[in-house]
Every structure is written in C-alpha cells, then in structure tokens.
Ligand binder design. Structure first.
Ligand code: CU
Length: 264
C-alpha cells in the first residue's frame, strides 16, 4: 500500500505548520514566557536560529522519507526485500554536515554565553542580595538600610526577589544542601546553585511588574514548592520604600520574639 506514505506526509505537514507558526507570526509569547531582559533577546535569537536549522533539516528528511516510501513501495505478492550495502560517501556527507552545524552553533553562541556567564561580564554594581537555595525555598539576604552585607540590619526574605527596572541586578547564589537551579523564565536566566560554591548571577528587566522565580532542578519531593515572586520596581525610591517597610517589620518581629509569647 504505497498510500501509507501519505500518512507520513500529513504528520510532517502538521509539524511543519506548527514550526512555522511561531517565527513567522513573530509571536514567541504563546510558547515561551514573555521576555523582559536585555540578554533574553539574544537567548531568544539563538533559540530561533536553532529552531530554523532543525526545522529545515526536519522538512528535508520528511520530504526524503515520504518520497522514498512512495517511490519504492512494491506490494506484489511474493516479492522479496532487496539487501544492499550502505553508501560510504553518503555516510561521510551526513556526518560532516551535522558536525559543521554544531561547530557553527558553538561559535555563534559564544558572545551571548560570555555576556551571561563569564565573570568578566559581571556588571560592576553593588550586590543586590545573597540567595541561598535549600529544600525547599529560596532565602534572600539583602544588605538592608545601611547598604552593607553581613551587618545586623540585613533584611531576610523567603521566595521574594525584588529589584529595580532598567538596572543590572547581581546576586550571589549558594545552596544550603543539594543542587538547585535558579531560574527566572522571563529574564531568560538559569543557573545551578551548587553546594560549596558562591556563584554570581546577573539579570535585568526592562519593565516593572511581577514575575516568576522557579527551581529548575529536581531537588527532592518538595521541588515544586520552590516558587518565588519577583517584583520589579519602577524607581530606586520604590525599592527603598520596600526595604524600609520590610526592615521595620523584621525588627518588630525580632522584638516580639525576644520578649516572649504575647498570648496571640
Ligand atoms: Cu530546588
């Protein structure tokens, strides 16, 4: 039944249709989270390049598959299969082409990788917070009102990341137990938190609002709980107001703790 080949054709058309939908409409938001960061644009660009390469290869191989199943279908009764040795030249070609593509991608993405991960690209700004991942929460330590880390007025929050729009934010990432992965989908940044290491991570947002922080490494039964809120403020003043309010609340809680149970 050579018309079985048409089944492959329908599957291929469907796949190609969905593949073309995203880049041609220019609307990546329906399958990727909205991007709000400078580096995110480069990440999405790389993503699209790879999508184009895999898409074109997919179309090529599907066309060849459908053509071959149609062309060589032969269901005469009693017909025996042909056996033949592979083509060495063909194998050399289809090894060299993917290798060349991989080398191209490796070289092409280097600049983006460097600006996201190389320490030499770390923005020279004051560290926003120290972030410790542990089963199963993100603990943030902000410098507090004095702007200095590791002092008595440091501000602690859980699952609550805040920074200012249009400014580079740098955090120091640690882990208190196992491997976790600090992931800000809308800022296109992902970094493993590794026990014993302190890893600087930087990101930014070109708009204010509330976004998502998740753990992207299956780190135990409560992995799903490692979800945090990201608040991006319009101005440094807004951020400052939050630090002041949160610091006041924190010290009030400390006083309450120190003075013992209040009966409520
Ligand atoms: Cu985790």
């Amino acid at each position: 039944m050579r018309y079985w080949s048409l089944l492959f054709f329908v599957a291929a058309v469907f796949s190609v249709g969905s593949f073309l939908y995203a880049p041609l409409t220019g609307n990546l938001d329906w399958w990727l989270p909205q991007n709000v960061s400078r580096l995110g644009k480069e990440v999405d660009h790389l993503f699209l390049i790879i999508l184009w390469i895999t898409g074109i290869v997919f179309i090529g191989t599907q066309v060849a598959l459908v053509w071959a199943t149609f062309r060589f279908a032969d269901d005469r009764p009693g017909r025996r299969a042909d056996y033949f040795h592979g083509s060495q030249r063909l194998e050399v070609i289809w090894t060299i082409i993917p290798s060349a593509i991989l080398v191209f991608i490796a070289l092409y993405q280097m600049g983006t990788w460097a600006s996201i991960k190389f320490r030499s690209s770390q923005p020279k700004v004051q560290v926003l917070a120290e972030v410790t991942a542990r089963q199963f929460q993100w603990v943030f330590r902000y410098p507090g009102l004095d702007g200095r880390m590791n002092t008595a007025d440091d501000l602690f929050t859980v699952n609550d990341l805040r920074f200012v729009k249009g400014q580079d934010a740098v955090i120091q990432l640690k882990s208190g137990d196992v491997l976790h992965s600090f992931f800000l989908p809308q800022m296109r940044i992902k970094q493993d938190a590794v026990p014993g290491l302190t890893i600087p991570v930087w990101f930014d947002s070109d708009r204010s609002g509330s976004f998502e922080l998740v753990c992207a490494e299956l780190c135990g039964w409560g992995h799903y709980k490692m979800r945090g809120n990201v608040t991006v403020y319009d101005t440094p003043q807004d951020f400052r107001v939050w630090v002041e309010t949160a610091s006041k609340e924190q010290s009030r809680d400390r006083v309450a703790l120190a003075s013992g149970p209040q009966g409520n």
